[in-house]
Design a protein around this ligand. Structure first.
Ligand code: HEC
Length: 108
């Protein structure tokens, strides 16, 4: 990559990042250390949450728009994810990761 292209790319990503910050509630916010800390097992959970987020973003928008995390309560999500995991063909591990991500990203 030429240095010009690199500069162009990095300024695009800075712009994109700044753009994201102005959105009050991103639909699938990136996994943060704070999300993992809330579960108490940081290292493992960051990997789980990241894997859950990528499955959520890629698989849960196949049939409908990606659902907003705050459209459903913490009590509703496990039921919904269980139903939707069947539709998405997610295995048990991915299903757990997706649910963990949704609950961590959703907050309290
Ligand atoms: C194969 C298609 C398909 C995939 C993949 C899919 N869904 Fe759905 N989803 C549907 C359909 C159809 C509905 C409409 C309601 C129903 O029939 O239950 C729906 C409804 C929903 C709703 C609204 C439920 C309600 O009670 O209002 C949520 C939330 C949802 N899906 C989340 C997800 C998540 C999370 C995933 C990924 C794990 C996912 N969906 C993957 C087909 C799919």
């Amino acid at each position: 990559m030429t240095s010009k292209a690199a500069i162009l790319l990095s300024s695009i990503s800075v712009l994109a990042f700044a753009g994201c910050e102005s959105v009050p509630s991103p639909i699938a916010p990136p996994v943060t250390a704070a999300m993992a800390k809330s579960t108490g097992r940081q290292q493992v959970d960051l990997a789980w949450l990241n894997s859950g987020r990528s499955a959520f973003v890629s698989r849960c928008a196949e049939c409908h728009a990606l659902p907003a995390l705050n459209e459903h309560t913490r009590a509703q999500w496990p039921v919904i994810v269980a139903q939707m995991a069947k539709r998405s063909g997610l295995g048990p591990e991915q299903r757990e990761n997706v649910l963990a991500y949704i609950l961590a990203a959703r907050g309290l």
